[in-house]
Design a protein around this ligand. Structure first.
Ligand code: SAM
Ligand code: SF4
Length: 330
């Protein structure tokens, strides 16, 4: 099938899709979920076949990069089968974001199934804190999962770390030393105002990328790189280590002009921008035309016109985006 790249009204080419494969999770991280989350009824959730069909259709429209996320992708039954199906599409880059809790069991099968890369979330190296932040998690299990991922042959592993004032901002340098020792990249993410949570006040807990960078630079000089992922991440290197240190600042606008990505929620809602409500119901098209991908292709192509020029986040005052992170796919 000829490639028909997706382009929006602002001339941006969309070749990166994040697919959420579940809204469920085995953790309840304080910045992501409330303690007593209600999850979606099963029939509202896309089937694995529907998710694979979406991946195939996006690939036929020029998508080169797919990331599976959630919720926690590894709690979805037969996630390995889905990875195998998407892996067979021959994408340039096929990645997953996970909390790492199931990796001792699944790292090897995922690698065998054709997954290229893993991002593993890790906010602290202190077991008690880890339990407090995730509300249910066991730190050692995740650390073992990271080792299992390395043993399985995953290259360019990356840690994702959300830094919050008063919770883990005193661990920034320790986390960087850990990443250096394990030879894995690390990205520090600014907390985003998604969904109403009760565990802490967002205005107070926000720790900016500039603050985190300053903490690291007390010990290591950070050398800017030109690596550009078309997203809100900026990468740095250190003279004496091969790892990259990234800073993800979703509040800044300086990445919107080169934004190359869209997201699909587990309900099949195509989100054109993380910080806006513009969306298209692809589940309706998937289920309305089960045998005919033409409608699905056209719905995706038409949706590009809805992609807004820039996002509208704020960490002050009202929560503007009422979806939880596990719904949008982080
Ligand atoms: N469960 C997987 C995990 O934790 O890696 C994948 C989904 S999770 C929603 C994806 C990423 O979003 C994680 O690295 C998590 O730390 C981050 N995240 C969740 N809520 C966030 C928020 N409010 N602001 C910034 N990052 C957030
Ligand atoms: Fe689960 Fe990931 Fe959200 Fe934590 S950040 S509650 S691991 S989906």
């Amino acid at each position: 099938m000829p490639k028909a790249p997706l382009t929006d009204r602002f001339g941006r080419t969309i070749d990166y899709v994040r697919l959420s494969v579940t809204d469920r999770c085995d953790f309840r991280c304080v910045y992501c979920m409330s303690e007593d989350m209600t999850f979606l009824p099963r029939k509202q959730v896309l089937t694995l076949e529907e998710i694979a069909r979406l991946a195939r259709t996006f690939k036929s429209l020029g998508t080169e990069k797919i990331r599976l996320t959630g919720g926690e992708p590894l709690v979805r039954k037969d996630i390995v089968g889905l990875v195998e199906e998407i892996g067979a599409l021959g994408l340039r880059d096929f990645a997953m974001t996970t909390n790492g809790n199931q990796l001792t069991r699944l790292a090897e099968p995922l690698r065998q199934a054709g997954l290229h890369r893993l991002n593993i979330s890790l906010d602290t190296l202190d077991a008690e804190r880890f339990r407090t932040i995730t509300r249910t998690g066991n730190l050692q299990r995740v650390l073992d999962g990271l080792d299992a991922a390395r043993d399985a042959g995953f290259k360019r592993l990356k840690l994702n770390t959300v830094i919050m004032k008063g919770r883990n901002d005193d661990e920034v340098t320790e986390l960087v030393e850990f990443a250096r020792a394990k030879q894995v990249d690390i990205s520090f993410i600014e907390e985003m105002p998604l969904g109403e949570i009760t565990a802490h006040d967002r205005g107070e807990s926000l720790c900016s990328s500039d603050e985190v960078r300053a903490l690291i630079e007390q010990r290591h000089e950070l050398l800017p790189t030109t690596d550009d992922t078309g997203g809100p991440a900026r990468y740095y290197r250190m003279a004496d280590s091969p790892i990259r240190v990234g800073f993800i600042s979703p509040h800044s606008h300086n990445f919107c002009a080169t934004c190359n990505r869209v997201r699909v929620t587990v309900e099949g809602r195509l989100l054109l921008c993380l910080g806006n409500e513009h969306s298209v119901d692809l589940r309706r098209v998937l289920r309305g035309y089960p045998e005919d991908d033409g409608h699905l292709r056209q719905a995706i192509i038409d949706a590009m016109d809805l992609k807004p020029e820039r996002h509208h986040f704020s960490s002050e005052g009202e929560v503007q985006i009422l979806r939880f992170m596990n719904m949008t796919g982080g």
